[in-house]
Design a protein around this ligand. Sequence first.
Ligand SMILES: C[S@@+](CC[C@H](N)C(=O)[O-])C[C@H]1O[C@@H](n2cnc3c(N)ncnc32)[C@H](O)[C@@H]1O
Length: 185
Amino acid sequence: MESDLALFRRRLLKNPRQVSAIAPSSRTLARAMTLGLGPQSGRVVEFGPGTGRFTEAILARGVPPQNLTLFELDEEFVTHLRAKFPGVTVHQAGAETAPEVMEPGVQVVISGLPLLSMPEPIRESIVGAAFKVLGPRGTYVQFTYGPRPPLPPEQIATLGLKVDRGFKVWANLPPARVYRFRRCA
Ligand SMILES: C[S@@+](CC[C@H](N)C(=O)[O-])C[C@H]1O[C@@H](n2cnc3c(N)ncnc32)[C@H](O)[C@@H]1O
């Protein structure tokens, strides 16, 4: 059977702009991205799960599979995710479409999307879509390899958000930082 790494590399070669990373994220980054999640976390959404490194960590935190919904564009990743995570809802669709298929009131959106490699209007529409499905106290969690938050300050302000800068995860290729976005009070 093909390993996650081999599948990831094959899809990267097929569609480098969409996959936009040289390997799946590390387990250390997956733990940092899912910090605070647990059986009582309510509904959780994941954007861009790829081979499912963050999905594994979300479920390992105790989130029930029926409370987890994934949005992934790549057809082969979707087939892989459906086989690997029974009970989890997997949409083969862009993250931007989440409000079309989900009721609001989600607690957490975990994003593995390559946000920094996307044009700013698309970044804003993806984060905007996340906050259309998130409840009033919901959190959008996003990692980035860059030195700054993955949205510029003016876009953060336009969306009415505040951002917490997390610690740097060195055990990832390349090292990454986790940011948590919430609505301003
Ligand atoms: C950098 S990879 C990350 C995969 C995984 N989260 C990880 O950390 O190992 C980005 C993933 O996002 C997916 N993707 C890119 N644009 C997307 C979009 N607009 N909506 C949903 N998935 C998208 C890609 O197909 C790919 O699986």
